[in-house]
Design a protein around this ligand. Structure first.
Ligand SMILES: NC(=O)c1ccc[n+]([C@@H]2O[C@H](COP(=O)([O-])OP(=O)(O)OC[C@H]3O[C@@H](n4cnc5c(N)ncnc54)[C@H](O)[C@@H]3O)[C@@H](O)[C@H]2O)c1
Length: 285
């Protein structure tokens, strides 16, 4: 789609606000940048962008991107959404607040969520810039998971155009439900994948500081084997050896709780989100 859209980025000086603004500024869209904190305003100005008042920025906006912290989305949507014209797309960057029913209820706007997948560990990278871009949005192509439950297909197409511009370079945008997005993030990727990344770091620390293995040796064998473990398990590149399978079973029995799959239950997801969003009350369904 080559339509030029009017886009407001709220929280433009934050971590994601800066990333999406860097990309949107290169697009042909009319982009306005809103930021309340002095440090965020300075970052916006230092990047060569102008800070705009909220009311001016959202005037005639096709898409309003809320790049504010998840715990701020309830008050920010309560402030912003009643001021928007009917038909505006309100795009959040994480499903937590949407799935926890914290977004200001409105039949007039179209809520959407778009979360970057980050570039795959198996991406075929060919340039230095692609190798350096582990987060995505700079040089390494990534997919995006997005949710849009409004049904207006013209608005969905506009939303996808904005998603592709702000997280560029993007390969695929996978449209799923808000609930599925929340089951992916946090459960699949923060509760599991990020936890395992941190667990590997702690294991490396033990190897070096408790066992006394020289750090370069321990790091080297851990990083190489991490790639083999993921390539074998997730891509089927090679079978694990028979002895390795026995060691893996030993690790699973010592480290993983038998009932670990409770994390995929709806009530456990709600508990996780309640903690992440600092909610005093349980999420009401
Ligand atoms: N940080 C990440 O790696 C990452 C990755 C994917 C998605 N996200 C999502 O992106 C969103 C933003 O997260 P972040 O990490 O960039 O947060 P952040 O704290 O780095 O930035 C938030 C910015 O919003 C500004 N802000 C707060 N209230 C505002 C308001 N009312 N008006 C204008 N500006 C306001 C803050 O001053 C700050 O500059 C969240 O939904 C988060 O879940 C973050």
């Amino acid at each position: 789609m080559s339509e030029n859209l009017t886009i407001a980025v709220i929280g433009a000086g934050g971590k994601m606000g800066m990333r999406v603004s860097d990309n949107l500024a290169k697009s042909a869209h009319d982009v306005r940048y809103v930021e309340t904190s002095p440090a965020g305003q300075q970052r916006t100005i230092d990047a060569g962008r102008e800070v705009t008042d909220l009311s001016d920025a959202i005037k005639d906006a096709d898409v309003v991107i809320l790049a504010v912290p998840d715990i701020a989305l309830q008050p920010v949507t309560a402030q912003v959404v009643p001021q928007l014209a009917a038909g505006t797309v309100v795009l959040t960057l994480d499903p937590a607040a949407a799935y926890a029913n914290l977004l200001y209820p409105s039949d007039d706007v179209h809520y959407a969520v778009a979360h970057p997948c980050h570039p795959s560990i198996f991406l075929r990278r060919t340039t230095e810039e692609e190798y350096a871009d582990t987060f995505g949005g700079i040089a390494a192509p990534q997919d995006v998971l997005a949710a849009y439950e409004s049904g207006d297909e013209t608005k969905r197409a506009q939303t996808e155009a904005v998603i592709r511009a702000m997280y560029a370079p993007v390969v695929d945008v996978h449209w799923i439900t808000v609930k599925q997005l929340a089951q992916c993030e946090p459960t699949l990727v923060e509760t599991i994948a990020c936890m395992i990344g941190d667990f590997l770091k702690e294991s490396l620390h033990e190897a070096v500081h408790t066992l006394g293995i020289p750090e370069p040796a321990a790091r080297s064998i851990l990083l190489g084997h991490t790639q083999v473990a993921l390539a074998n398990a997730l891509q089927g590149d090679n079978p694990f050896s028979d002895a390795c399978l026995i060691a893996m079973d030993y690790g699973r029995s010592k480290i993983v709780k038998d009932d670990w799959k409770v994390i995929f239950r709806d009530d456990e997801l709600d508990k996780n989100l309640q903690a992440m969003l600092h909610l005093r009350e349980p999420i009401s369904r």
